[in-house]
Design a protein around this ligand. Sequence first.
Ligand code: BGC
Length: 747
Amino acid sequence: MKAIRILFVASLLAATLSCAERKPSTVGASSEVERRVDQLLSRMTLAEKIGQMNQVSAGGEVANYADALRKGQIGSILNEVDPVKVNEFQRICVEESRLGIPLLVGRDVIHGFHTVFPIPLGLASTFDPALVEEGARVAAVEATGQGVRWTFSPMLDIARDPRWGRIAEGSGEDTWLDARMAEAMVRGYQGDLSDATAMAACIKHFAGYGAAEGGRDYNSTFLTERQLRNVYLPPFEAAVKAGALTLMTSFNDNDGVPSTGNVFLVKDILRGEWGFDGLVVTDWNSMGEMIDHGFGTDRKDVARKSLEAGVDMDMMTYGYLSHLEELVHSGAVKESDIDQAVRNILRVKILLGLFENPYVDVEAGRAVQYAPEHLAAAQKTAEESAILLKNDGVLPLKADAVRNILVTGPMADAPHEQLGTWAFDGQAAHTVTPLKALQERFPGKVTYVQGLKNSRSRRERFDDVVAAARRADVVLVFLGEEAILSGEAHSLADLNLKGAQSDLLAALQAAGKPVVATVMAGRPLTIERDLPHCGALLYAFHPGTMGGPALVNLLFGDVNPSGKTPVTFLRTVGQAPLYYSHHMTGRPYNGETLLDEIPEEAGQTSLGNTSYYLDYGAYPLFPFGFGLSYTTFAYSGIALDREAYGTEDTVQVTFTLTNTGACAGTEVAQVYVRDLVGSITRPVKELKHFERVALEPGESRTLTVGIPVADLAFVGLDGVKKVEPGEFQLWVSGDSASGKPVSFEVK
Ligand code: BGC
């Protein structure tokens, strides 16, 4: 009796201790949630636990899955968006499986569900996290309305090579911008977890996937730990702090280790350092693909490696389902590791309220699809996302002056294409193209000649469209690339406008009328050769369902462009990767001698020894953070509150922004910082703050923004993330390549 008492007290003590020691839950689980998780876990057989760790793709009839669901062999289904089927899946799980554990239904809701928003690269070009959050909320309301409670978004892969097709799916090249977008999307998708419209976010692809060698998708990466920690991981950490419920491992191997089996990334950094207690899922068959990588002998081997790395759920390899049980019995894996994985899965299901309310209200869900306020949000986002790259004064067009508008180009009326990559659920029939929007606004005044069937079409003569251009008073040409040319596994080695698009543009210009080009694409294309052939160029990425009206509003000045480049625009693809926050070489660029200036008898060193291309120089076409407006802005009076700061202080930057033009407009003011000397070399500039400022013509506003010195921390030579005291420079400007720095010191 006494022995039992001692045991009881000891276990109580242990329980109290483990409670006290437990790190705060990153996903916001309370001790009550933990109690429910443990209680359920204690009732599960090994087979039922393993079933929770298995995710399969739906396809076909519910009956195909009924047996496995009843036996508890499926923890999650992806790609089922028919709410009636979702409810039937849930009913089988809840009513007919032994423990009644509901399913987690996942889907790639990447930039909207039915109402499609601009592609994520376009979302980033708004520099407007609040608006992006609102868009993610809209996506969640629509997707959960059809039973999807988990999206595989946001993609947080830093991408500095526009050949990589998946650059479309992320926020571009910058760590700070990516992190802010990450937080916004996580907050937007998840909303209030107690609500039936909460959709779990899945931050992906962990990690480094965007650095694929040569921009070829799925390729190896060779990122050092320091680069990972300073450039590629901070957006993930920010998203974890924002409460992201789930994370996906990436396809790539970094320095020889595929992410799905990467103990250092998943177990040590994600779980250990960041304390992430959400659900980690593999990418589609990325467990199985570790065999192709040559990182495992067979499915059993890679299943074990994935579990050891801390991966909870297997998307489509069936490695856990087929092998974990025998791996436990042979002693090769510990059941406690399986318990840990199942805890992470159940925790998310409980937090989403799936046990209380597994079903979706089919009628109510239908009613919210394409709701007017959703379309309005999508339109506003498309308006903020378009970037004005050139304007010789032709824009904005005057609505009351146009009598005959020629609309042409392969993207003018391509509803499916303007939705961009990963728009599974957006429907062409609901999409408003620029042609449709123009015809609606200017009945009888629009002539449409397609010009080219699609972006890849080749054609030598453009007689019909040129004749139409001669008759028009303005030519609106919509160029770019179809949705299929970017996204997963759609990398390109040449980034010029495809097919005969550049020829079409040149032919239109020769007709002598004002030509305005709009480019819709999944990446920053190399458009240098096209710029001289148009009076103005608006870059819209793929703008989504409401792209048409948004672009028309921009072209006619109802809305003033305010988007900024979230990624450097290259002059030629051979410059890739080229990004603003590079490190300084020991022979910094200081002028150039280009090919046609090279003297006949030039010797090896006569051109100077600095870093640039002999044929293309050192600079991109447009720097990061760049975008014009119909008005102009001036920065003045940039001053800091002190000359020196401690590491705990905040730098207060004051500046005055003036709208120096003739119309109202919004500027994205950007603050960049350079750490002049470190224990390692540092980027020449890093974005540390941005802010959209709306100003009436002639209006000046003095703003003060705080830059916490802690935000200047980085992982230096000793591997520890901290601020290194010394001299710093700070810019406030409208893009990453302009402005004069002010200096400060950190002591
Ligand atoms: C992609 C992921 C996606 C998954 C599920 C994979 O091919 O890499 O981003 O979430 O498929 O559709």
